[in-house]
Structures are given as structure tokens and as C-alpha cells.
Ligand binder design. Structure first.
Ligand SMILES: [Zn+2]
Length: 425
């Protein structure tokens, strides 16, 4: 047998393949089918890529992306899948892949069960767009059915939350308080109304070795304390369906109005008066006028692109607004002083000796993730204007003479408008 075509097999299985998914769909079955096909058609399998438990609507699947990179580098020339829906269930993406990306990179695609082989002039290839559309429709249909089933359960009085709020356990349809945890909740409300901040309460609970709601967390965080203080479930009102996805392909969510949300009565841990009192205090504290921080409005989330907002007193933090609104972003909050120190040391590492007072005049914006910060500067260097990468500035110099004097800003650290990344946090 002449084994000339280096190929890869791609396997994928997820929940969107339906509850009635058969054994024939399993990763093992897909592997056996594809290897047998390759052996009988003279294709040498050099790599295998598998995404188990990831939806076909998701494009950033680790193994799938790795396979595309391997194809891009020319390490593989043939891709074998069981059917087109393994590659993607999004008909727009799959169309782009089949019509542009694979041909541009000289990749032959074989979808064994669909009879698709782009290396041959088969009539079945022409039905690929129709198949892709059907695969997409299947996901839309499943998504609609799942949403209808959840709504029906909610209307019938079932608590459909995937995670039960701290202090409660699931009890049939509804929730029942857990006595020890309910005491912790009462204590949090008591401490807060007595004037303690979120972080002070979190430190007290951690010091007293009270297990945090999430077992994975070492101690209590101010965000967890804030979340508990804001949750009306402790006053007996469980709110369901407070957010919804914008579309079945889009991970963005929108917040539903209180009238649209579904409300249940559950056993209360604190009185309504105690809850309302805590909300009044929180509102007063969080909206207290405080001087605007220079980084306010300048920092963007490196994970989801939303603006990071400054909040909390006295230790002010940057929090992703997307994460706060429940868009699924996992970028953690960060103390603003940590970021400031990081920016300074990063600029110094890049031989830009600036004083802390000059930072507001120098930094245009920052994109940050948990471990990196991409700093965009706004000044231009007169000595570098000949550089094609940094065209001459058309606007007047950004820093005025009095500002230069005030901040100790000199022509020496008058840098080009560019950005660099630092692994500094
Ligand atoms: Zn974010």
C-alpha cells in the first residue's frame, strides 16, 4: 500500500449531540471508524486531535485550534472526521472553513459518514452546505427545547439554579436553609450594617476558618461577601432567569428586568428590613463621591474586551464590567495600586524612567488579564519620528510645559506611541 498522504483525525463529542447520543458517536467509536478508513485508503495518520465535552458551536476548542495550526504549518495534508458536525455546528464557520481555509492551505477534508471527500470530484461534496445548515439548525432546535424545558420547570415552581446559593441546600422543588451556613449569612449582614467593609468581613471569616462557599477558594473574598449581601434570596425571594443569552451562538447575555425575572418564595434567613437596610448602606457607600482615579475609564479587560471599572473603598479595585454583568468572563479583579506599581516597573524595565506622577500623562490605555498587561502610551518621540513605524505626530505635544515641570517629565522619556506587553502582575 502506498502511504503518501499525511493525515490527522479529529474527534469531538459534547452534550449538544443530544441525550439520545448513541455509542456510535463516542470518541472511541469515531477513532476506530476513522483509523479503519485511513488504513483502507492509504492515508498515514500522523496526528490525532480530540475535544471531548466541547460544543460544536464553540470555535476556540483547544484540540481543534491545534489541528488548524498543524495544517497551517503544513504538517498535515488530510483531515478526517466522522461527519461535518464534528468540525463545527456553525454553518457560517464551516462554510468559511470548507470554501476558503482548507483549499487555501491545500487540505483535503474527508467526512466519512457524510461521504464528503474534497480530494475527489464527488457529487456528495456539493451537499456540504446543506448538511452544514442542518447541523446548525439541530443546535438551534436543541437550544430552543432546553430553554422551553427550563422555563416549564420554573413555571412549575422548581428551583432550576445549577448552583444553590450559599446557606441553602436543594430540597425537592425548593431550597432549605443549612443552619450553620445561615448563621454565617446573618453574621455577614450584622457586620456590614455595623460599618465593616466587604474586605474586612472577608478577612474576619477567613481568620475564623469558616469554609468559603467555593471549596476551591482558600478564603473569603470581598466579591463573595458583596454577592451574598446583594442576594435577595436571604430575605426569602429567590430570583430566577435574571439574565438570558442574546442568541444561541452568542455567549453574551443581557440582564432581564425585575418584572421579566421569575420570583419564588423560599424560607428567609434574615428579615426584609435587615436586607433593605444593608442595600441602603451599600448604595450610600458605593455612590459616595470620591476623587476620580487617573486609571478610571482607561483599563479594558484582556479577556472579554469590556471596560474595567474602579470600585471599592478603601482598597480600590478594577473589576471587569462584563464579568459583573454575568457575561461569563473569568478575569479576576485587581487592586489598582498593584497595577500602578506593575506599569511603573514595566516602563522602567523598558528603559523609560518615569516618575509615578507622570503616569497619568503617559498611559493612554491598558488591556489587562490575570497575568499580563498591555500598556498603550500616548506620547511620541521627536527623535523617532523618522521611523516608518512611528509616523510624525500631527497633534500638538501632549504634555504642556507646566505639566512637564510638575511631573519631572523630560524629553528623555518622551517615548513613541506604541504598546508593549508585560508579564508583570
Ligand atoms: Zn472581562
Amino acid at each position: 500500500m502506498n502511504l503518501t498522504h499525511d493525515g490527522a483525525i479529529y474527534l469531538r463529542l459534547s452534550k449538544d449531540d443530544g441525550r439520545d447520543r448513541k455509542e456510535s458517536e463516542s470518541i472511541l467509536s469515531q477513532r476506530i471508524l476513522l483509523r479503519q478508513y485511513a488504513a483502507s485508503h492509504g492515508i498515514r495518520i500522523v496526528s490525532e486531535f480530540a475535544d471531548d465535552g466541547i460544543s460544536g458551536m464553540q470555535w476556540n476548542r483547544p484540540a481543534f485550534q491545534e489541528m488548524l495550526r498543524a495544517a497551517e504549518h503544513g504538517w498535515i495534508h488530510t483531515v478526517l472526521v466522522k461527519d461535518l458536525s464534528r468540525l463545527s455546528r456553525d454553518y457560517i464557520r464551516i462554510g468559511e472553513l470548507l470554501e476558503y481555509w482548507f483549499p487555501a492551505h491545500g487540505i483535503r477534508l474527508i467526512a466519512v459518514s457524510d461521504g464528503v471527500d474534497t480530494g475527489e470530484d464527488a457529487i456528495t461534496n456539493e451537499f456540504s452546505p446543506v448538511r452544514a445548515l442542518m447541523n446548525d439548525w439541530y443546535t438551534r432546535d436543541i437550544s430552543r427545547k432546553v430553554r422551553a424545558a427550563i422555563s416549564a420547570r420554573q413555571e412549575a415552581g422548581f428551583c432550576t439554579l445549577a448552583t444553590v446559593p450559599y446557606g441553602y441546600r436543594r430540597d425537592g422543588k425548593s431550597l432549605t436553609p443549612i443552619p450553620q451556613e445561615a448563621e454565617v449569612v446573618k453574621r455577614i449582614f450584622r457586620l456590614y450594617t455595623a460599618g465593616n467593609s466587604f474586605s474586612a468581613i472577608a478577612s474576619k471569616l477567613t481568620d475564623d476558618r469558616i469554609p468559603a462557599p467555593r471549596k476551591s477558594e482558600k478564603g473569603w473574598s470581598d466579591a463573595t461577601v458583596r454577592r451574598i449581601l446583594m442576594n435577595p434570596v436571604y430575605a426569602g425571594s429567590l430570583m430566577l432567569h435574571t439574565t438570558e443569552k442574546i442568541g444561541y451562538k452568542c455567549s453574551k447575555t443581557r440582564r432581564r428586568t425585575p418584572e421579566e425575572a421569575i420570583r419564588f418564595d423560599v424560607p428567609a434567613v434574615i428579615t426584609r428590613q435587615e436586607f433593605d437596610n444593608a442595600q441602603r448602606i451599600r448604595h450610600r457607600r458605593e455612590h459616595k463621591k470620591q476623587p476620580k482615579h487617573w486609571l478610571s475609564g482607561q483599563v479594558f479587560c484582556g479577556e472579554c474586551g469590556c471596560r474595567m471599572t474602579v470600585c471599592g473603598t478603601p482598597d480600590r479595585r478594577l473589576i471587569c464590567t462584563g464579568r459583573r454583568n454575568g457575561n461569563g468572563c473569568r478575569n479576576p479583579s485587581m487592586q489598582i495600586c498593584t497595577l500602578e506599581t506593575g506599569i511603573l516597573s514595566e516602563l522602567r524595565r523598558c528603559h523609560l524612567p518615569v516618575s509615578p506622577a507622570a503616569l497619568p500623562y503617559l498611559v493612554e490605555s491598558v488591556r489587562m488579564t490575570e497575568h499580563t498587561a498591555e500598556i498603550h502610551l500616548r506620547c511620541r518621540a521627536p527623535e523617532q519620528t523618522a521611523d516608518a513605524a512611528c509616523p510624525p505626530a500631527e497633534e500638538p505635544p501632549f504634555i504642556t510645559e507646566p505639566e512637564k515641570e510638575k511631573t519631572g517629565f523630560s524629553e528623555k522619556n518622551h517615548v513613541s506611541s506604541c504598546h508593549f506587553q508585560g508579564n508583570m502582575l
